[in-house]
Design a protein around this ligand. Structure first.
Ligand code: SAM
Length: 283
């Protein structure tokens, strides 16, 4: 018997019209629909008059339930996965099931459609040629600090998901790490009646939410670090280091004196000759 197929089906993120014909056709023919929130998904399925067996697949049963679903797929059943909203596997448990199926040699296919990160990025006006998606920042303090530090050097546009009750705290941390002047577009209620994409600097966003209650789910689209400014701050940090120490640092890494001077010159944005002469003066 051949194994079934796992269909990752994108569903609307707010507007019931945002579902593809192919997703509807697939939901009508599969043996089982695994839904993150069965009550919520029932509204969608009822709206489209789709009557199929439903089972819950969510954050708290994603590992055990994946095994059960994999067994059913191995027995030849076809299964569609739908998340609470948007594209399964993007910041939701569909990721675990897809990975487990691939490990087991089960075919996984993805039916594209609504996704909050792409909707927010495209309407933000921020650079979309290169971007990185961070999902929700981790709750663990140490890990969170590590990621924020990494993001402080990121040149690409950054996209984050956030729930309303954590928005202020996240804005405060971003403001602290990326600086108050960094541009951010806060997108909320996407595809819904009161959809908003609010362009701010981080400082302005903090002030705004100091006075206004965050409402609804948010996508934060952050401008990446300007490469020229990044280079400038790198140079500045080297300027603070005494030249002899700078060169010695590279020599300690195994570079010849000549190469160490070359590297230090590049770091400081000066010529090798200038480094050489400055070192002579220091000696
Ligand atoms: N799988 C989904 C997708 O494709 O975007 C994301 C699921 S994740 C559990 C939920 C988060 O997505 C929310 O906290 C919010 O950050 C974002 N999100 C989903 N729908 C949204 C909407 N209509 N407006 C703004 N953000 C939304």
């Amino acid at each position: 018997m051949s194994a079934g197929i796992l269909y990752l089906c994108a569903t609307p993120i707010g507007n019931l019209g945002d579902i593809t014909q192919r997703v509807l056709d697939t939901l009508r023919v599969v043996d089982l629909i695994a839904a993150e929130d069965t009550r919520n998904s029932l509204k969608l399925l009822n709206h489209y008059e789709i009557r199929k067996p439903l089972t819950s697949y969510h954050e708290h049963n994603k590992y055990e339930k994946a095994e059960e679903l994999v067994s059913r797929l191995q027995r030849g059943e076809s299964i569609a996965v739908i998340s609470d909203a948007g594209t399964p596997a993007i910041s939701d448990p569909g990721e675990v099931l897809a990975a487990r199926c691939i490990e087991q040699g089960i075919r996984v296919t993805s039916l594209p459609g609504a996704c909050a990160l792409i909707t927010a990025l495209t309407m933000s006006g921020m650079k979309a040629r290169r971007f990185c998606f961070e999902g929700f920042l981790p709750a663990d303090k140490k890990e969170r600090r590590r990621i924020l530090e990494q993001l402080s050097q990121e040149e690409r546009t950054m996209i984050l998901y956030e729930a309303p009750h954590h928005l202020r705290e996240t804005l405060r941390e971003l403001d602290h790490t990326l600086g108050s002047e960094r541009r951010v577009t806060l997108c909320r209620e996407l595809t819904k009646k009161f959809e908003e994409a609010m362009p701010f600097t981080l400082g302005q966003a903090l002030a705004y939410y100091g006075e206004n209650e965050p409402r609804g789910e948010y996508v934060l689209v952050l401008e990446g670090m300007d490469p020229a400014r990044k280079e400038e701050s790198r140079r500045q940090s080297f300027q603070e280091l005494p030249l002899a120490e700078h060169v010695a640092g590279y020599e300690a890494q195994g570079l010849s004196r000549k190469d160490a001077m070359k590297r230090a010159a590049a770091d400081r944005g000066v010529t090798k000759r200038e480094v050489y002469q400055a070192l002579l003066r220091e000696e």
